[in-house]
Design a protein around this ligand. Structure first.
Ligand SMILES: C[S@@+](CC[C@H](N)C(=O)[O-])C[C@H]1O[C@@H](n2cnc3c(N)ncnc32)[C@H](O)[C@@H]1O
Length: 340
């Protein structure tokens, strides 16, 4: 099933499929990302928002790319391959940078980089909230033409029982993106939190209506809870099955400080983005998407550029049919265009 989507979805971008390892992660809205990175505003509007008018034209060939959440490199390697085909003469000049906070993803990406012999691809084990520092220290520059944030977790992380992200796979309740450098796992949070704090986490980061009841039950059983299955059972004893993903999401967001990271990451990304450059973000839940929307609206109001997606782009029916993890994805893209 997944192989079919790759073959068909990537058909128009010849040879791109060989850069995607579906056991690690299938990139979401790959076609749309390629469009929003390479088509000019006029072509984009004609294709995605035909009723809208475009009043500006920017002609440029992007040369520096940053994937802030490179994961299995599905987007990153596909973009590299696409670039190589479209701008063969420019390829040597172009720079591609991939970050991830997860060391397992970094090792995987490094291996893949070597396999394809790409010496203009640079991989960093880094939190995207530090991109400005990374850029000034390592690259001594602040000019990136295209930046991608593909939020959430990879298929590899979700399926790995030792990572504890998924309620479908039994395992330790860890949920850290960076288990090497992050101190507290989700189980530590459960064990160390008082009732008030647990309630707040479930309410704020899971938007869970039964936060109080579920928090109470978790609190009463906190020393007995060991695995993701234990936690799932506790939630189901108190509430319906819809609460399960919300509670897992809440703990994950809290453990990884995800919303704070996103706010800082977006601000930093804007600072290193070149004038005329584009920032694309795929969010998978409303808390993240609201932040992205608010930042883009503020930047547009302040005259810092233009939102290229008046409405978020969502995956096609066909993509969702073939990759269920894509179903909640929302893509928003901002074009930085400050008059200097
Ligand atoms: C949905 S996956 C990206 C998949 C990727 N686009 C692909 O095609 O394979 C999200 C990735 O973001 C990483 N991540 C989460 N928070 C991060 C942060 N603050 N800084 C850097 N990477 C982060 C996760 O470790 C995960 O690998």
């Amino acid at each position: 099933m997944e192989k079919t989507i790759l073959r068909v979805l990537l058909k128009s971008y010849t040879k791109m499929g060989r850069f995607v390892e579906e056991n690690f992660h299938i990139p979401v809205m790959l076609r749309e990302i390629v469009d929003f990175f390479f088509l000019n505003p006029q072509e984009l509007t004609n294709k995605y928002f035909p009723k809208k008018k475009v009043t500006f034209v920017i002609k440029e060939t992007p040369e520096v790319f940053l994937d802030a959440t490179a994961g299995g490199g599905g987007h990153l390697f596909s973009l590299i391959n696409y670039y190589q085909q479209i701008f063969p003469k420019n390829f040597r000049k172009a720079i591609f940078i991939g970050l991830d906070i997860d060391k397992e993803a970094i090792d995987y990406l490094e291996e893949k980089r070597k396999k394809f012999g790409l010496d203009n691809l640079f991989i960093h084990w880094e939190n995207y909230r530090n991109i400005k520092r990374l850029f000034s220290e390592v690259y001594q520059r602040k000019e990136v033409c295209r930046i991608l944030f593909d939020l959430g977790i990879s298929y590899y992380q979700a399926k790995s029982s030792k990572r504890g992200f998924s309620y479908d796979t039994d395992g330790v309740i860890d949920m850290r993106f960076d288990p090497i450098r992050q101190e507290k796992s989700a189980l530590d949070v459960i064990r160390e939190s008082n009732l008030e704090r647990l309630k707040k986490i479930l309410k704020e980061f899971g938007e869970e209506v039964k936060a109080e009841k579920i928090a109470k039950r978790i609190f009463q059983n906190k020393d007995k809870i060991e695995t993701t299955n234990d936690l799932k059972k506790i939630i189901l004893l108190t509430s319906g099955k819809r609460s399960v993903p919300r509670v897992f999401q809440a703990l994950r967001i809290f453990v990884n400080n995800e919303l704070e990271n996103l706010k800082i990451g977006l601000r930093e990304a804007f600072l290193i983005l070149k004038n005329g450059g584009r920032l694309a973000v795929i969010a998978y839940h409303s808390l993240e998407d609201r932040i992205v929307k608010r930042f883009f609206n503020e930047w547009e109001k302040e005259g810092k550029g233009k939102i290229l997606t008046p409405k978020p782009i969502i995956p096609s029916f066909f993509e969702i049919e073939n990759n269920k993890s894509a179903r909640s994805g929302k893509l928003r893209v901002f074009l930085k265009y400050e008059k200097v």
